[in-house]
Write a protein of this length. Structure first.
Length: 698
């Protein structure tokens, strides 16, 4: 037995904290994973999910050899095959399709890893060289990113560590305890020093419970709340006129719009008490320094981009940016000098301009036939770093697309997910403990390096190695296809980051200003915070932020049919669908749940623990009801994202969500969804069930 030793790495998961990890290894096995105490932001602390990463890596159900389907699509029946056989079959099929039209091949990936190498390097080179369709990767953050770009000039904001010095913190659309643990530590420091914490969220989350105040607004009404706050700032003159004059653009127009949103109107739209809005405006207008930690839940409605724009205007109105502990943070990603052209090599397109398909509309796109408007029918789908059968909206259509016999599907995976079950070929992928990678962060400003802690288990290969091998099989002989994973890590930042320091410590802190916009200097075309965006106006859009009602707002859909708003917040111990199969975490979560307010449950004769059917015109979903104060009246919370095959009747909450897009960024609208709920009565014969419909229309 060899002596145990430690390897420094980085958390790969889609979270603002991007923690530095230490993996203890002995005899080729990862014994445990813990937070790196030498990394100031991680400070030796990990979330419950990632602390179980060794359990995930050594999971008995890891896919450790290439697999070929032998059953019907979706059955999950496979036989092991060799890497040579798998690569030959894939290369043969893709070559034949590309000879007809390479745009019939579609890559599908997202943030199963946030690593720049395993997430967006050799794969992009391969598909660029092939001439495949491009993928518009919008399923999480594009509405907010586009909004920040048109308001602040990019994904920039406060340095997260200075929230500890704030006197007022609005935690807007974020369950920080579950999804931004290290920020929550800073917020608690601020609170102990006298700060007031306000959580703005339709759901009474764990974070909302521990804040001083919870503003339980209706889903999709965040812009109305922001405009109502602006109204009060104006009429009470809680404004920094000097900052507005010197560092903003479009104030007269924004002022006129905000004055159309008195507290009574805004509060009615938001479904909150008028006095609560007035008090919040006073707090924001009179407290220094004051800060907003904005997160992505806000943007997943029809008007998500406008909502982020409106909220992002608030710090400039009061001059909050003057203080390093004032302002706003949604994403720090714009600080990182990533050389994506070096990683992705767009020149391999050689002048071609393939069509672009939006990952949110995958269900529709897999069912489309060839046409002049759409282009060729999708004949091959290569999925990696994602589980679209579980996570893409309107999953009944997604599943119908995946079971097409004429669709050739390859899935790079660590486990037999819902998506892998529908593959023709499954290729075994490494976990973060088994490969090189390099990372940025969107909640702090440190670059992190991930060294492999153990050798790949079984026959698992890294994503980059898989695409290198496919490129070789396809005859792509450009020198860039020879770059190994460590070389790709070096290319990600070039000479902008000290590689030797990364190797030594595992992280490098970027040099960024403490108060980025204290003296203006916004990286917008005007150099100002743009309340009015000429760029949006040039696109035929509203140059000012406004409240955009939900696609499925009250009065738009037949209210008697679908009277309840549904939001789909993540279960606390899952991250999208990545940890659902880790038994220790699934045991904590228990089973798929629908949170309901007591008044909505009582009107339907529903009690906690009862099986219910949640449905709309797109589909239906069975789960257990949990009645309590987590849900506000008129809103139900479908916690996700469970693997479909682990849920009752083999479905999950995305049976109900739609493929409609946001106002900016063409993102998803998961929280813009209306449903009805019925209780399910189990008959004496346990095989049969009866749905008991209520006459309640509330």
């Amino acid at each position: 037995m060899t002596e145990a030793h430690d390897i420094v790495g980085a958390c790969p998961h889609d979270c603002p904290d991007t923690c530095s990890l230490i993996t203890t290894v002995q005899d080729g096995r990862a014994l445990r994973v813990r937070g790196n105490p030498a990394h100031p932001h991680t400070a030796g602390v990990l979330c419950t999910k990632v602390s179980r990463y060794a359990e995930r890596t050594h999971h008995p159900e890891r896919v450790l050899t290439p697999l070929r389907r032998v059953g019907a699509k979706g059955e999950g029946r496979f036989e092991p095959i060799s890497w040579d056989a798998a690569l030959d079959e894939i290369a043969t099929r893709l070559t034949a399709i590309a000879a007809r039209d390479a745009e019939a091949i579609l890559p599908y990936s997202y943030c199963g890893t946030m690593g720049l190498v395993q997430g967006e390097s050799m794969d992009r080179r391969f598909f660029h060289r092939l001439g495949a369709s491009l993928l518009e990767r919008t399923i999480c953050a594009t509405a907010g990113a586009e909004a920040l770009n048109h308001t602040l000039g990019g994904k920039l904001g406060m340095q997260v560590e200075y929230f500890a010095e704030s006197r007022l913190i609005l935690i807007w659309g974020s369950n920080a305890i579950a999804s931004h643990l290290h920020f929550w530590r800073l917020a608690q420091q601020a609170r102990r020093a006298g700060a007031r914490l306000v959580c703005i969220d339709p759901r009474r989350t764990e974070t909302a419970e521990k804040c001083d105040e919870h503003v339980a607004l209706l889903p999709g009404t965040d812009a109305a709340l922001a405009l109502g706050l602006m109204h009060e700032l104006i009429v009470h003159d809680w404004l920094d006129h000097d900052y507005i004059e010197r560092h903003t653009l479009g104030w007269p127009q924004l002022r006129e719009r905000a004055l159309q949103w008195p507290p009574e109107r805004a509060a009615a739209v938001c479904g909150i008490p008028v006095q609560q809005l007035r008090d919040l405006a006073r707090a924001w207008g009179t407290t220094r320094p004051a800060a907003i930690r904005l997160n992505y839940g806000v943007q997943r409605c029809a008007g998500g981009g406008n909502a982020v724009r409106a909220i992002a205007c608030l710090p400039a109105l009061t001059g909050a940016w003057r203080h390093r502990a004032g302002g706003l943070l949604l994403s720090s990603g714009g600080n990182f000098p990533v050389d994506r052209a070096a990683l992705q090599r767009p020149e391999l397109l050689a002048g071609r301009r393939p069509r672009t398909l939006n990952m949110v509309t995958l269900g529709d796109d897999l069912l489309r036939e060839s046409s002049a408007a759409f282009g060729p029918k999708v004949e091959a789908l290569i999925v990696y770093n994602s589980n679209p059968v579980a996570v893409a909206p309107e999953s009944p259509k997604v599943v119908r697309g995946f079971v097409r016999e004429d669709l050739f599907t390859v899935v790079l995976e660590q486990f037999r997910t819902d998506t892998a079950d529908h593959a023709d070929i499954v290729l075994p992928a490494t976990t973060q403990l088994e490969h090189w990678d390099i990372h940025l962060a969107y909640g702090h400003t440190d670059v992190l390096l991930n060294r492999p802690a153990i050798a790949p288990l079984g026959q698992a290969w890294s994503n980059a190695r898989i695409f290198r091998a496919l490129a070789a099989r396809m005859g792509f002989d450009e020198p860039c296809f020879q770059d190994d994973d460590e070389a790709l890590c070096r290319q990600a930042y070039g000479d902008k980051v000290d590689w030797d320091e990364l190797l030594q410590h595992g992280f490098v802190s970027l040099k960024v200003p403490e108060a980025p916009f204290a003296d203006g200097g916004f990286p917008t075309p005007s150099g100002r915070c743009e309340f009015y965006s000429a760029r949006l106006a040039a696109q035929g859009l509203d140059g000012l932020p406004d409240h955009v009602p939900n696609h499925e707002a009250v009065g738009v859909m037949p209210e008697g049919d679908y009277p309840l708003a549904l939001i789909t917040p993540p279960a606390r111990h899952f991250l999208n669908s990545s940890f659902v199969n880790v038994q220790s975490l699934r045991s904590i979560e228990g089973e798929p749940l629908l949170e309901m307010h007591p008044c909505d449950a009582a009107a339907r004769g529903i009690v906690s623990g009862q099986m219910v059917r949640v449905f709309n015109a797109r589909g239906s979903y069975h789960c257990k009801a949990q009645v309590g104060e987590r849900a506000r009246p008129g809103v139900v919370n479908g916690l996700g994202v469970w693997w479909r095959k682990l849920g009752p009747r083999g479905t999950n909450v995305n049976e109900l969500t739609s493929q409609q897009l946001t106002d900016l960024g063409r993102g998803p609208t998961f929280h813009d969804c209306r449903v009805q709920v019925e209780r399910v009565v189990v008959a004496p014969d346990p095989v049969t069930e009866v749905v008991e419909r209520s006459t309640a229309d509330v």
